[in-house]
Ligand binder design. Sequence first.
Ligand code: ACO
Length: 371
Amino acid sequence: MADERAYSPGLEGVIAAETQISFLDTENEEIVIRGYNLLELIRRVGYVDVVGLLLDGHLPEQARRTELEREMVTATVPETIYEILAKLPATMHAMDRLRTAVSALAGFDPEANSPDPELDRARAPRLIGQVAQIVANLVRSTHGEPPRPFDPQYGFAANFLRAIVAREVTDAEVRAFEQSLIAYSEHELPNSTFAARVVASTLADVYGALTAAVASLKGPLHGGANEAVMYMLLEARDAEGMEALIRQKLARKERIMGFGHRVYMRRMDPRAQLLKETLRELVTAQGQGEELLAMCQRGEDVMRAEKGLYPNLDYYAAPVYYLLGIPIELYTPIFFAARTSGLLAHIIEQHRDNRLYRPRVLYTGPRGLHV
Ligand code: ACO
């Protein structure tokens, strides 16, 4: 008989995995990534360094870093993946197209069915590169346009951004984008990472586990919030409009996207604080976007006063992506592309020391019925 006292709706507060990858230390306001503070990583190193850290357990030496970046940038996406994407209805949500593509990648890996942690670590850089290229070309592929391949003379973050926006990009733009990639790279056990670990725990392969994570991340309560934030900002138009819109939504008991977090709930997500700095720097570098910054600040002030709620990362990632000229439908796919490294680290860790996830229920249905 399952014990009613052990039941925690939404698994709130439940410790569901032992990990050496990351930890949200809310008491000390630190996001720990393999011993480092995530904010320090965002400020001091590049996304490829964080990929090395997540996969290898330590920051990469120069040679390993170069090898990782080369594998990520030169990874090729099978032509068939783009042909499949081109055949999907243009109305299909970008995350649904991405989910289909990630699943289909399995067909082009002769060892797809081997849930071997060492093999997964070896193919991880290629997978991260493939996912980024698929994401960068998601919109293009639905319009029947040829994909923009990555160019080995540029780094990973620059390639990813250039392929998305299809133009030359400045160093300031690449740095802002790269900071968002690191901010999104890993964050303990959110719904999508849990979904990936649950699937991996059946000894299913990495493609199945990643596909489950895309499905989870699409939801507006999770990764889908970043695009929802942007639609809200566009609807609001200016700071006054932002305050009025939030007040209307609160009066209708609607949730305000980009606020609140299961773990941080009544505190600011440290990643949001950092991306707010990134937004400020981008506004200064570009000499535009002051109004967007003012709108975000107004929204933050209203939510703190009215609900005691603070922004999460999605709230500040959205305006950063907007100023970079990224199509809104790609915001959540980019979140997934950045998180692929963290997800792979979790899938590998799960397979290294596996125990099947199989919880129990609190049954509240009828008993004793007869036909
Ligand atoms: N807007 C308005 N009220 C909110 C919000 C919000 N964004 N978030 C929480 N609340 C309120 C709830 O209405 C509830 O109030 P009540 O107790 O009066 O009913 C209370 O705060 C607790 O909310 P729960 O839903 O129980 O908290 P939970 O931990 O389940 O939710 C979640 C966390 C889903 C992230 C929630 O804060 C939310 O819906 N936020 C908006 C979506 C969002 O931004 N998601 C991104 C998450 S971070 C990320 O994926 C990078």
